[in-house]
Design a protein around this ligand. Structure first.
Ligand code: ADP
Length: 150
C-alpha cells in the first residue's frame, strides 16, 4: 500500500494543487491531504474552511482524505503511516526551497519526497495570487476548483 502525504497551506486550494493530487493518484494508492496549521502564520481562510473546500472537491474519491496537522511533517507522516511526501514544482524558486526541505526530511526520517512538475495550464497559479485577487474583489473563479466559494 503506497500512501503519500500531500502537505500544504491550501489557503485556498487551487487548480494547481488539484492537478498534482489527481496525477498523484497514478503513483499512490492513497493520498492524504495535510492542511498545515502553523500558529505563526496568518491565513485568509480558517482551517475548517480550507479543509471543507478540499473535502467537497474530492467527496467522491475514496483514495483521497483530508486532515489538518500541526508540527513536523515527517512526524505526521509516521502518525498516518505515509512513506512518501508529494509536492509540486512550478519553477526554480520552488525547487531550491523544496530541495532543502526534502533533504532534511529524508535525513530525519528516511521518508522520500516525490515531486511532480506542474502542468502547463496551471503553472502560474498560486494561492497567494488567488488571495490577492480575492482581496481586490476580482474574479478568482477560473483559478480554483468550484468547491472554493464563500
Ligand atoms: P506551502 O505553504 O507548503 O508552500 P501551498 O499550499 O502553497 O503550501 O503548496 C502546497 C504544494 O503545492 C507545494 O508543493 C507547492 O509547490 C504545490 N503547488 C502550489 N501551486 C501549484 C501549481 N500551480 N502547480 C503545481 N504545484 C503547485
Amino acid at each position: 500500500m503506497r500512501r503519500a502525504l500531500f502537505p500544504g497551506s491550501f489557503d485556498p486550494i487551487t487548480k494547481g494543487h488539484e492537478d498534482i493530487i489527481i496525477r498523484g493518484l497514478n503513483l499512490f494508492d492513497e493520498i492524504v491531504i495535510g492542511v498545515g496549521i502553523n500558529s505563526e502564520k496568518k491565513y485568509m481562510f480558517s482551517s475548517e474552511k480550507r479543509i471543507n473546500f478540499i473535502k467537497n472537491l474530492f467527496i467522491k474519491s475514496n483514495k483521497i482524505s483530508v486532515t489538518s496537522y500541526e508540527g513536523l511533517t515527517v512526524n505526521f507522516c509516521k502518525t498516518i503511516n505515509a512513506n512518501y511526501i508529494l509536492r509540486g514544482l512550478r519553477n526554480p524558486g520552488d525547487f531550491e526551497f523544496e530541495k532543502a526541505i526534502a533533504h532534511t526530511n529524508r535525513k530525519l526520517s528516511g521518508i522520500e519526497t516525490i515531486f511532480l512538475l506542474t502542468s502547463v495550464e496551471t503553472s502560474f497559479i498560486s494561492s497567494g495570487i488567488v488571495r490577492e485577487i480575492i482581496l481586490n474583489n476580482g474574479d478568482y473563479r477560473s483559478l480554483v476548483p468550484n468547491s472554493v466559494r464563500f
